[in-house]
Design a protein around this ligand. Structure first.
Ligand code: A3P
Length: 315
């Protein structure tokens, strides 16, 4: 694995211990009307982000929190390394540069100096973000970098985020699902409104350098999904590579290795990894409210059609 697990685990541990010292009301801060976790980013970092310089060969992975972005990150790193087949020396250079970032591999995480350090990452850089397009640095959309957008149905995303909120020390807890639900619906959660994200991304749906993928389609046929990703980024892999990577990045395989790869974060991240878990928590009224909201915000859009809401979200 390219990501330095040791560094990742240390960063997680530092964040968790820092969060323990912060009073609940200080765990989140608001920047331009959107909430962010204070132990992983800051207003200064978000300001400095504007100066981030994208490269034409950057691989940008975008997705609202809890849509499977860590899974996608792992898949794309595996696909890319099977394509490039780095020498030991090149691999070491990459790992060393990643270690020096001293943060999680997310575009909007870390201290304001992280963007200077990112310049030392050798190409191709694989960069993950939870930000919607209008909050991305201009160089990403104006340049030639390709963007893979991961989307998950809103009901499973909401449930996944609820458990994440209550298990992640860096986020404040909710006392119940019923208390959390209105916060999710009105975007009063970290990274803002799920719906606003997709409304913004829908404007780019026909962009030649942006492709969208569903968590659900990746779950249903991972090999097919990975072939689509590889074709989009121009990675060339054998049939055997695809099968090997699918096995290595299955939910169970990643969960089994998570102590080693993600430390304490593993138990929080690898929860269920299924489609349809929302049925355990949504009341009839909440279900109807979500259906209405989705229709109001995204009904009739190309993005909604690709998401197959009726297949994954109807009771
Ligand atoms: P659940 O909470 O529904 O289980 P993110 O990485 O964006 O935070 O998304 C986390 C969600 O992706 C979690 O969903 C997690 O279980 C799921 N996930 C992580 N790895 C996965 C994998 N290999 N296959 C399927 N789902 C995975």
């Amino acid at each position: 694995m390219r990501r330095s697990s040791e560094r990742f685990i240390k960063t997680i541990d530092d964040c968790f211990s820092q969060a323990e010292k912060v009073p609940t009301e200080g765990l989140l801060f608001s920047y331009r009307g959107i909430l962010y976790p204070a132990t992983v980013t800051s207003p200064e970092t978000l300001e400095a982000l504007e100066n981030f310089e994208a490269r034409n060969d950057d691989v940008i992975l975008a997705g609202y929190p809890k849509t499977g972005t860590n899974w996608l990150d792992q898949i794309v790193r595996e696909l890319e390394s099977a394509d490039v087949k780095c020498t030991e020396e090149e691999m070491k250079e990459k790992i060393d540069a990643e270690k020096k970032l001293e943060t999680f591999p997310r575009l909007e995480f870390g201290d304001p100096g992280v963007y200077e350090r990112m310049k030392n990452l050798p190409s191709r850089r694989i960069i993950l973000t939870h930000l919607p397009p209008h909050l991305l640095p201009v160089s990403i959309l104006q340049g030639k970098a390709k963007i893979l957008l991961l989307v998950r149905n809103p009901k499973d995303t909401a449930v996944s985020y609820y458990h994440f909120y209550n298990n992640m020390p860096v986020l404040p807890s909710f006392t119940s699902w019923d208390e959390y639900f209105p916060a999710f619906m009105s975007g009063k959660v970290a990274w803002g409104s799920y719906f606003d994200h997709l409304i913004e991304w829908n404007k780019y749906i026909d962009h030649e350098r942006i492709v969208m993928m569903n968590y659900e389609e990746l779950k249903e046929d991972q090999i097919q999904g990975m072939k689509k990703i590889a074709a989009f980024f121009g990675f060339s892999l054998s049939e055997e590579d695809f099968h090997r990577i699918a096995k290595k990045t299955s939910f169970q395989a990643m969960k089994d290795k998570s102590k080693e790869t993600h430390g304490k974060f593993g138990d929080i991240l690898f929860r269920k990894g299924v489609v349809g878990n929302w049925k355990d928590l949504f009341s009839k009224a909440q279900n109807e409210e979500m259906d209405r909201k989705f229709q109001d915000c995204l009904g009739g859009t190309k993005l909604a059609a690709k998401m197959k809401y009726d297949v994954y979200c109807k009771a």
